[in-house]
Design a protein around this ligand. Sequence first.
Ligand SMILES: NC(=O)c1ccc[n+]([C@@H]2O[C@H](COP(=O)([O-])OP(=O)(O)OC[C@H]3O[C@@H](n4cnc5c(N)ncnc54)[C@H](O)[C@@H]3O)[C@@H](O)[C@H]2O)c1
Length: 382
Amino acid sequence: MKAEDIKKIAVIGAGDMGHGIAEVALLAGYKVAMQDIEQKFVDRGLTRIKESLDKLVEKQKVTAENREAMLGNIETFTDVAECASDADLAIEAVPEIMDLKKKVFQTLDGAAPGHAILASNTSNMSITDIALATRRPEQVVGMHFFNPAVLMKLVEVIKGDKTGEATMQTTYDLALKMNKVPVRIEKDSIGFAYNRVNAPTQVLLSLMVERGHVTPEQIDARMRKIGMPMGPYELMDYVGLDVAYHGARYFSERLSRDYEPPGWLKAKIDAGELGKKTGRGIFDWSKGRPEIDLSKAKEDFDPAVLIAVQVNEATKLLEEGVVNSADEIDKAMASGGGSGVGPFQMARGIGYDKLAAICENLAHEFGVKVFEPTATLKKGKI
Ligand SMILES: NC(=O)c1ccc[n+]([C@@H]2O[C@H](COP(=O)([O-])OP(=O)(O)OC[C@H]3O[C@@H](n4cnc5c(N)ncnc54)[C@H](O)[C@@H]3O)[C@@H](O)[C@H]2O)c1
């Protein structure tokens, strides 16, 4: 099946991601069938879609007639099998629990037409394992949207061990039709591309505070002074310290113990200080966005260290064959976050030799293997 043949998309789970993916599909002109386990969850998802479309009408990005037409294109269900019965492609966005995902895929496999592609929006789980629940593993693929799905451009298209090339290509082309920036992930390895490249930065930020080298305010002030709209610690608070903590645990269990979250972060979680959403995290958010005193900037902190650990991790994706080229990784990193620029683009301006030396020093200083420069980074011919 080609992307042009896809007319109807089923979305399983109408939560934060599911309702957003359904809206993206509606905006691209598809018929959508959206499902959740209870009517009240389906209704909430539909209300969120309506509210979001209202905003787009207000901003004159969508006409009022178009909004009505899109709402006429969505049907809702509480039963997975009914929802997928005439879909050309289904996207699963239920909670990140393997048994739950497998159950959903087993039902989808039994109910969806034989030609249908079954995609998962999992953040981290193995597409190969999910596909085992079906009799069509060559038609099972990862389609990883970022939050909020309507705004974020990146979609990682993930190949499981048995995913067919036709399925990869059709899913990639569908993401393009949805006005997204797709990036091919050739192996379903931990964190895929975007989350993996960002992970060592979290280790470094955590360790710098743990060892008492710096305060979050000193670093955020420094990064704000050189033009970043939000410092890295404020960003952690903004996204949620629970997200950082669970992500670190996940990487620690599967990739390297270096990712184990530090004591101060665990203490914040235990105290319920999760950042913006609870009014307090690393900073105080009770009166809105925290005031960062720019005079506290640690002027001798070299921002290149944050780039060095990212570029180094990105070279591991090349060495492991997870992504095929540096340009693809740059595309993923530039469109998955707010920076608009990829790590290799930045590295070329700084020099690979300097970045490799920084990684060598960091690995030595903190005793952390994850920071050790790769052979690719040291060679610098990327
Ligand atoms: N939130 C994010 O930032 C984000 C980003 C990318 C990917 N993801 C991934 O997307 C998936 C969904 O995450 P979310 O943040 O939307 O979660 P969520 O909790 O907001 O939504 C999940 C929805 O699935 C429903 N559900 C539970 N069991 C179900 C079942 N058996 N059948 C159908 N629906 C069921 C729940 O009622 C809920 O409405 C997860 O795999 C997550 O890792 C999340």
